[in-house]
Design a protein around this ligand. Structure first.
Ligand code: MGP
Length: 192
């Protein structure tokens, strides 16, 4: 009897999901066929919110790989409750670090490394982070790491340095304030 109980307990433990520190949401935006006059974000979709390692791997493997994206489309993984828009209150005073990639394989690796670093809470300033966006564009693919308080230079520099380390990137990367992007002033405010 006792042996049976132990066996059942082991099965239960083996099938128990591994819970993450926080909930995250995957989003998808297809900007390739915008309707005439449609506002930006019209095709932005909140796809799935998860909080276990098992759900993450399933979603990543089956769906959220940049190689599956058509041109001019984006995948996002943001903290649950934060929308990947400048208008979201958590993003409104923020900005983003951007890394570009001319190779599809490069984008894919950087995306997966970033997702794992986020769900694994590898950033010291994790509270400052909103999420990450993978963008497939004709010119150049890119990843953007969105943060909350653009004016907090020390926090942004720490995040930028850590991100480069995670990605094993040696080229300079730059940080833009969303407020500048709104006016299409694309000058980087910080670089690392
Ligand atoms: P983008 O998709 O971030 O960059 O923004 P893309 O397509 O690589 O082009 P880039 O050369 O401008 O970098 C493209 C445009 O979409 C912006 O100039 C805005 O007009 C609009 N846009 C993008 N975002 C992230 C937002 C947003 O959060 N809110 C609003 N209202 N418009 C946005």
């Amino acid at each position: 009897m006792a042996a049976n109980d132990g066996g059942a307990g082991e099965v239960a433990a083996a099938t128990e999901a591994h819970r993450l520190d926080k909930k995250w949401t995957f989003w998808f935006d297809n900007q390739s066929k915008p309707k005439q006059g449609a506002a930006w974000g019209n095709n932005l979709r909140n796809v799935y919110t998860f909080d276990t390692v098992e759900e993450f791997w399933c979603l990543y493997d089956q769906v959220f790989k940049p190689s599956k994206l058509p041109g001019n489309a984006d995948f996002h993984m943001f903290k649950a409750g934060i929308e990947p828009k400048w208008e979201d209150p958590e993003c409104a005073n923020g900005g983003k670090w951007t890394v570009t990639s001319s190779r599809k394989a490069g984008l894919e690796t950087m995306w997966s490394e970033t997702l794992m670093a986020l769900i694994g809470e590898q950033f010291d300033d994790a509270d400052e982070i909103c999420g990450v966006v993978a963008s497939v564009r004709q010119r150049q693919d890119k990843l953007s790491l969105w943060t909350k308080n653009a004016a907090n230079e020390a926090a942004q520099m720490s995040i930028g340095r850590k991100w480069k380390e995670i990605l094993d990137v040696t080229d300079k990367i730059t940080y833009n304030f969303h407020d500048d992007s709104k006016t299409r002033l694309s000058k980087g405010r910080y670089s690392v």
